[in-house]
Write a protein that binds this ligand. Structure first.
Ligand code: ADP
Length: 212
């Protein structure tokens, strides 16, 4: 009989390096469940959330019937906190169901850990109740801005607006069981920090799949 996988939530502000950390964990064979990807699928053409979005926000956030206008939706939720809360209340239960479906699937391989990449983990308290531990990927605000400008070509002002809509660095750190400080470190060094926090990463995925 194998032990249940540790459910590890991973979060961080935009540009903190959360995806980079998740990719390193996935490289080590840790299943990573991506809440953002699930959220995008719910709002893609034919997505499960579209009827409820149409009912809540009307045609103004649609390009055509069944096709969400992401720019319009994004603008609305950045400008109106109430619309943001409404969208989240609508999406979160759907995302949660799909997350649990993927987690059950991942558990079949008996990994030591299942990682849950959840950008809004801090903002939405319900996620924490279904996680054993939380890893916060952290860096300075200016580093977030620099990285996102370089990655996506957004202006500093746009990045700051996104950051202002996310939880504060202090609130995020308060939720952390582990903090990975991704500042002036190489990708290899991040891997070393992860291995120091999670010794099971040294065990190859072949081992736990065989011992399941
Ligand atoms: P997030 O998922 O938190 O938005 P990413 O992991 O996508 O952040 O990182 C943002 C950008 O910064 C990416 O282009 C990534 O390659 C780069 N990056 C992240 N961490 C480092 C690092 N330690 N050194 C160099 N580049 C990094």
């Amino acid at each position: 009989m194998t032990q249940a996988a540790m459910r590890l939530g991973i979060t961080g502000g935009i540009g903190s390096g959360k995806s980079t950390v998740c990719a390193l964990l996935a490289d080590k064979g840790i299943p990573v469940i991506d809440a953002d990807a699930i959220s995008r699928a719910c709002t893609a053409p034919g997505g499960a959330a579209l009827p409820a979005i149409a009912q809540a926000f009307g045609d103004a956030v649609f390009e055509a019937p069944g096709i969400l206008n992401r720019d319009a939706m994004r603008a609305l939720v950045f400008d109106q906190p109430q619309a943001r809360a409404q969208l989240q209340a609508l999406l979160h239960p759907m995302i949660a169901v799909e997350i649990e479906r993927q987690a059950s699937q991942a558990a079949l391989a008996s990994p030591p850990c299942i990682a849950f990449d959840i950008p809004l983990l801090v903002e939405s308290k319900r996620w924490r109740t279904v996680l054993d531990r939380v890893l916060v990927v952290d860096c300075q605000a200016q580093t977030q801005i620099d990285r996102v400008m370089q990655r996506s070509g957004l202006t500093a002002e746009s990045v700051q607006k996104i950051m202002a809509a996310q939880s504060t660095r202090a609130a995020r750190l308060q939720c952390a069981d582990y903090v990975l400080f991704n500042e002036s470190v190489t990708i290899d060094e991040i891997g070393q920090q992860l291995a120091a926090i999670f010794p099971f990463l040294e065990i190859s995925s072949r081992h736990w799949k065989n011992s399941a």
